[in-house]
Design a protein around this ligand. Structure first.
Ligand code: ADP
Ligand code: MG
Length: 491
């Protein structure tokens, strides 16, 4: 069963305005409470000096990762070369397998204006996730086949339609359309795939079914985000994901990718997109201002001691950090009169989306905040001062996340000297899309590093569908830069 195929609307930014609370207006009930809140402000505030120090450390990490494999910042060469200028045209397919759904997208590029896309989503049943890998890839090929029928896409005899494959699992990529699955994540365990090439499996399934599709590119979502943004903003220098996780990709000069042994003299382009995997930054815990609340979250996570920066920035974690802070205040009897709701006592119950609503709460009595605490989290009652403190804690956690994102982006802009000229940064992910003023906080952080010039030079915007449009553009670039015939696709 599939949902009806729907055209994808171009994204706008519907998010609410942020209304910050002035800590001086909080009606504290005791000196102890006031001091505890002040201590939180001190602990969660990333000063301009600290932001710059993190940026410097981040640049060192980038250079290490470009020199050799196995460094904290993986700095993975994407094998995507060349830039887009927005005049590209043609029809391409994208296949996106992430967590719950399989998405097939047709992307039509006219050479001017935004791409026109149509998509259909198909569920992935549990038995396919955990069964035999061949069955999973056969299912994907079948769905692409039915999509071509539904959309009445005709392919002239003897030709193939090019497809960009966004496969959101850890892959060691060896060429634009070759890679090896390192491990399954997100509940997948289909047998016989680890160490194998997902592109070869998919291509084989198409070939056996006589479906005229060529898997031209294996795509990472940050790289797709950069390309999708570049189609409409050709000066795009970086793609960033601020969603469940966080990561970034940027355009690097090939001569700086010291570890890339396959660099050939005959490669026409002199630039390649690097997938940084920057959520892993500071595994060493050398520079990030980790609090006891971050340490608790890390310890209880499924991947302790890894993705340290991601755990301070990404949508999956911000609500849980906030919950940890609130629990600590409750345990010290400084909030909710020492009472806790059974809901808030459970891990992961304080969603990051609540933080967006609380940031936007402009009512004098903090009505929206009250609704979340009392209706959603089932507190029997809350005082105004409770709600004021909750709002302040949310702001501290959210603002720190945006400023740490700024430190990483500033690292890339300084390393590439990108801040000195006009450039765009495309950001995708619900955190960036919906969290009030995340973009403003990031830009303010960049201004602290580079001065006011950066405000006029760098434009930060919400990126379009990286795993659809971006993957299609990746297939286009792959076809453009393919040097020599591709090796046959055999499993
Ligand atoms: P993915 O990263 O899997 O592609 P998204 O970009 O939609 O998915 O990001 C999902 C994350 O965004 C979740 O961790 C969720 O907490 C967060 N999120 C969803 N809605 C909001 C919101 N309104 N405000 C802030 N964060 C949100
Ligand atoms: Mg996403």
């Amino acid at each position: 069963m599939s949902e009806a195929s729907t055209p994808i609307a171009s994204k706008s930014v519907p998010k609410a305005q942020r209304h910050r609370i002035d800590p001086a207006t909080i009606e504290y009930t005791s000196e102890k409470q006031k001091n505890a809140v002040q201590a939180l402000i001190d602990e969660f505030t990333v000063s301009a000096d600290l932001l710059k120090a993190i940026k410097d450390n981040f640049i060192k990490g980038m250079n290490k990762g470009l020199e050799r494999d196995g460094e904290t910042l993986a700095m993975i060469p994407s094998h995507v070369m060349g830039r887009l200028d927005g005049t590209e045209s043609g029809s391409y397919l994208a296949l996106d397998i992430g967590g719950t759904n399989l998405r097939v997208v047709s992307v039509h590029l006219s050479g001017h204006g935004p791409p026109v896309t149509y998509q259909t989503k198909y569920p992935i049943e549990e038995r396919l996730k955990t069964g035999d890998a061949k069955a999973l890839f056969d299912y994907m090929a079948d769905k692409v086949g039915s999509f071509l029928d539904e959309q009445k896409i005709k392919v002239s005899p003897g030709t193939q339609i090019e497809l960009g494959f966004t496969f959101s699992f850890p892959v060691l990529q060896t060429s634009i359309n070759r890679g090896k699955l390192i491990k399954w994540t997100k509940g997948f365990s289909a047998s016989g795939m680890v160490g194998k090439d997902p592109v070869a499996y998919l291509q084989d399934a198409f070939t056996r079914r006589h479906i005229p599709v060529r898997v031209a590119a294996l795509v990472n979502d940050t790289v797709g985000t950069l390309l999708a943004h570049a189609y409409e903003h050709p000066d795009t220098a970086m793609g960033v994901i601020l969603g469940t996780g966080c990561n970034g990709a940027y355009i690097e000069r090939i001569n700086k990718i010291k570890k890339w042994k396959d660099a050939k003299e005959d490669v026409a382009a002199d630039e390649m997109i690097i997938n940084m995997e920057f959520g892993a930054f500071d595994k060493e815990r050398a520079i990030l201002p980790l609090t006891m609340f971050d340490n608790k979250l890390d310890r209880k996570s499924v991947n302790p001691n890894s993705q340290i920066l991601e755990k301070m920035i990404a949508g999956m974690y911000l609500g849980e950090i906030t919950r940890n802070v609130l629990l600590n205040l409750v345990d010290r009897r400084l909030l909710f009169q020492g009472q806790i709701s059974a809901d808030l006592n459970q891990m992961w119950t304080f969603e990051t989306a609540y933080m967006s609503a609380i940031e936007a709460d402009a009512s004098p009595t903090l009505h929206a905040t009250r609704k979340i605490l009392e209706s959603t989290l089932n507190f029997q009652s809350t005082d105004k001062v409770d709600r004021q403190i909750v709002k302040l804690v949310v702001e501290l956690v959210g603002r720190r996340a945006a400023r740490l994102s700024a430190a990483a982006i500033a690292g890339v802009l300084e390393h590439t000297e990108g801040w000195k000229k006009k450039a765009s940064i495309g950001i995708d992910g619900s955190l960036f899309e919906y969290y009030p003023s995340f973009d403003t906080d990031i830009m303010d952080g960049l201004v602290e590093v580079f001065g006011e010039t950066v405000r006029t030079n760098i434009s930060i915007g919400l990126a379009q569908d990286g795993s659809g449009v971006g993957a299609a553009l990746c297939a286009l670039l792959a076809a453009k830069h393919a040097n020599g015939p591709l090796t046959p696709n055999v499993v």
